[in-house]
Design a protein around this ligand. Sequence first.
Ligand code: URA
Length: 249
Amino acid sequence: MNSKAMIIKELRKVIEFYGELGFEYLPLKREDIYGLISEKTAITGRDSVCSNQNRAGDEDNYISDKEDALKNLRKEIGDCHRCKLSENRKNIVFGEGNPDAELMFIGEGPGRDEDIQARPFVGNAGKLLAKMILKMGFKQEDVYIANIVKCRPPFNREPGEDEITTCLPYVEKQIEIINPKVIVSLGKIAAQSLLRSKVPISKLRGSFHDFQNIPVMPTFHPAYLLRNPKEKWLTWDDMQKVLEKLKKR
Ligand code: URA
């Protein structure tokens, strides 16, 4: 959460707190409001919901707004039967990682291993993605990984347009909650779905595109790279651009 959003969130809590005490007005100057935020913190014993310092010191009780929002979204999805992918799936693969991630990876949809484990990118393609993340200087737990569709298409076929249309709002909501600095979309389906484009991945990749003011770098899917290892350098080149962009934002 950016600092403006954090301040608004804190202010709302301050106003609610004083509302509960019976105050109808807060005739305060800006400096007083900042004072109240720390005063309320002392009274309630809670620091900013998004403070990483608090996270370190109060691990068990810490739930950030983003974690909450993601949990609520998962609840909203429920035991989804909104499309026919639900007929054959074992598990819904919601996505996982750091709710405060600056970098978000979006794949196409779960494969066999992901369907079994209910976790994204845990199979062979996932191992390559994990190596790439490490090579970029991140830990796996720094980033957030999700897919365009959350249920495995049978026989690893591509998800159909109807299935993508049904599931897309959920990954879009995940993006809105996490609000990463940069998105990397993996493969044709992820890029074309997010960007509402029909342009081939070979043309989309290598330059930034826009998704609701967040730069998106489409690159090849790791499963494609496993089949075409000579193309790996192109994806590595794309990731250099991502790292540059992260430095600037
Ligand atoms: N391929 C994807 O696109 N997503 C996964 O989670 C795994 C493989």
